[in-house]
Design a protein around this ligand. Structure first.
Ligand code: TEU
Ligand code: CA
Length: 535
């Protein structure tokens, strides 16, 4: 079956981090029934597809990205029945549901790993074992090789020790993965977000991990075994792929990836080469250069996913906007990212302007990566103050605090103390007040998503930056057939001069209703708008 209409290009996706979305059974942990109770909320926002972060059986060392059984649902989230119910009800509301597919690694509690350790001939090579270790760091810090006493060998893990990498060289292992994928698809799941999928192409001997040589080979095999005859949606998480290779991959149907999360903008607030914890101020010209390249390349071929935040990234508002102008800058960032070409991904809470967290000390943070890096940096002699500055800015828990539904205790997420503390600003940042407020981030986001459906130019238009050299605003044209939009986004707390080079225009959306374009009038802080140009 050919995909007649590429529906994924106009779909709006909402990412749910199940642990932190909505608790239905009073244990302080989000769950599947909680999600079911909020389907209308997503539908009302204008969502077409829901992406669920992992709900499979897992010891939860990495919050579910360490799977111990791909075909079971983690009891903390519910049952397989609940999952089928969620799928059913999502479909009834004309939405789709995609799951997270974590197949670069499993949990060390997966049966396959236990059998591999025990030397079972079938499973021995399902993982990557060596007698000697090489000098490779894992992504969470520390060596990527861990010695296993029972196996008397080192196994390879690009993430935590408890997340051994699967050996994609092994055909039997690949076959089992394909069977598992087909089981979910046969159940009616509408597709997948493929976790760190670029890593399956790695070449261990050559120490090439994220941009490896075998990626296309395995993707194509997976496509023929799982995706080829199904009308589903796939999005690959590809942190290590170049813009060019990501575009080429998504342009080739045989690769089975409808789109990718391209990561080139993610490292712009890091000191180059020093990793995510070495902070650097964002340079707007670098941001322009990056998005210009991404937009240009994917306009020629392939398809991209639009995102500023997810469960691994700090909240966009805190990272790129201003807490002095939270609503304005949240709206500006929405305009900035969803004005571009690609499929919009909204991360839970972004649409109500949720912010990052600054916990009082390391004990309140829960993330395995954060805990590991804290110990590592401390052992390197870094001051606690400096470490906490990095963690407050970049720690993944920033986006993992409970969803703020209302202003009741625990923010309406749960009626008992949640697994991770609620951001105290839930009193005034929450969905209930946002939905009822015409000037809220929620209402703005909803309107923006509606506009994307109304005007083809968002999906198909080309992209051209206006006033490239300007270091305060990031504004761009989108043009398709007879429609031309100018999208204006100020990235500063200052009021700035701005020349509007058009006489005739219609304001489709603005984060400042009172602002009128007149000659020499300054653009207010974090101003954003979408103009439909008539001359
Ligand atoms: O993330 C992969 C990844 O490379 C990053 O986003 C990473 O989490 C971050 O840079 C660490 O600083 C995926 C999942 O989204 C993440 O939650 C998992 O921890 C990781 O894979 C392992 O499965
Ligand atoms: Ca629960």
């Amino acid at each position: 079956m050919e995909k007649k209409i590429e529906w994924f290009k106009t779909a709006h996706v909402y990412q749910i981090y199940p642990l932190s979305f909505k608790d239905s059974n009073h244990d302080g942990i989000g769950d599947i029934n909680g999600i079911i109770s909020k389907l209308d909320y997503m539908k009302d926002l204008g969502i077409d597809v829901i992406w669920l972060s992992p709900v499979y059986q897992s010891p939860m060392h990495d919050n579910g990205y360490d799977i111990s059984d791909y075909l079971k649902i983690n009891p903390m989230f519910g049952t397989l029945e609940d999952m089928k119910n969620l799928l059913n009800q999502t479909h009834q509301k004309q939405m789709k549901l995609i799951m997270d597919l974590v197949i670069n690694h499993t949990s060390d509690e997966h049966e396959w790993f236990k059998k591999s350790v025990a030397g079972d001939p079938k499973y021995k090579d399902y993982y990557i074992w060596r007698k000697e270790k090489t000098d490779v760091d894992s992504i969470f810090g520390g060596s990527a090789w861990t010695y296993h006493k029972q196996a008397k060998a080192y196994y390879f893990h690009l993430f935590a020790e408890s997340q051994p990498d699967l050996n994609w060289d092994n055909q039997a292992m690949r076959k089992e993965i394909y069977d598992m994928i087909n089981t979910w698809l046969d159940m009616g799941i509408d597709g997948f977000r493929l976790d760190v999928i670029d890593l399956i192409g790695k070449d261990i001997e050559k120490k090439i991990f994220s941009d490896g040589p075998y990626l296309e080979k395995y993707l194509e095999e997976m496509y023929h075994n799982c995706f080829e005859y199904r009308d589903i949606m796939t999005v690959g998480e590809t942190p290590g792929l170049s813009i060019e290779r990501s575009a080429t991959l998504t342009a080739d149907p045989k690769m089975g990836l409808d789109m990718v999360f391209q990561f080139s903008h993610i490292g712009l607030d890091e000191i180059p080469g020093q990793g995510k914890w070495a902070l650097k101020k964002l340079d707007l010209l670098e941001l322009k250069e990056t998005f210009n390249r991404v937009q240009y390349t994917f306009y020629q071929k392939g398809w991209n996913a639009l995102f500023l935040a997810n469960h691994d990234q700090p909240r966009a508002l805190t990272r790129y906007g201003s807490l002095k102008y939270p609503k304005r800058s949240a709206k500006m960032l929405m305009t900035f990212i969803y004005g571009m070409q690609g499929t919009p991904f909204v991360y839970q809470g972004e649409e109500i302007g949720m912010t990052g967290i600054k916990f009082k000390d390391i004990d309140s943070y829960k993330d395995i990566e954060t805990k590991q890096i804290y110990d590592i940096l401390k052992n390197q002699g870094k001051s606690i103050d400096d470490i906490m500055t990095s963690i407050d800015a970049k720690g993944r828990d920033n986006s993992r605090t409970p969803f703020q539904w209302d202003d009741s205790e625990y923010a309406g997420f749960s009626d008992v103390k949640p697994w991770i503390d609620v951001n105290p600003n839930y009193k005034y940042i929450n969905a209930e007040q946002s939905i009822n407020d015409k000037s809220s981030v929620y209402t703005y986001t909803k309107t923006l998503l509606t506009l994307r459906k109304r005007y083809d130019v968002f999906t198909y238009g080309d992209f051209e930056i206006y006033q490239y050299e300007n270091t305060k605003h990031f504004s761009y044209y989108r043009t398709y057939k007879n429609t031309k939009l100018l999208i204006i986004c100020s990235f500063t707390e200052e009021a700035i001069p701005f020349d509007l080079p058009h006489k005739h225009y219609e304001i489709l959306l603005s984060n400042d209703e009172n602002y009128k374009f007149k000659k020499n009038k300054m653009l207010p802080p974090y101003f954003s708008c979408i103009l439909k140009i008539g001359d």
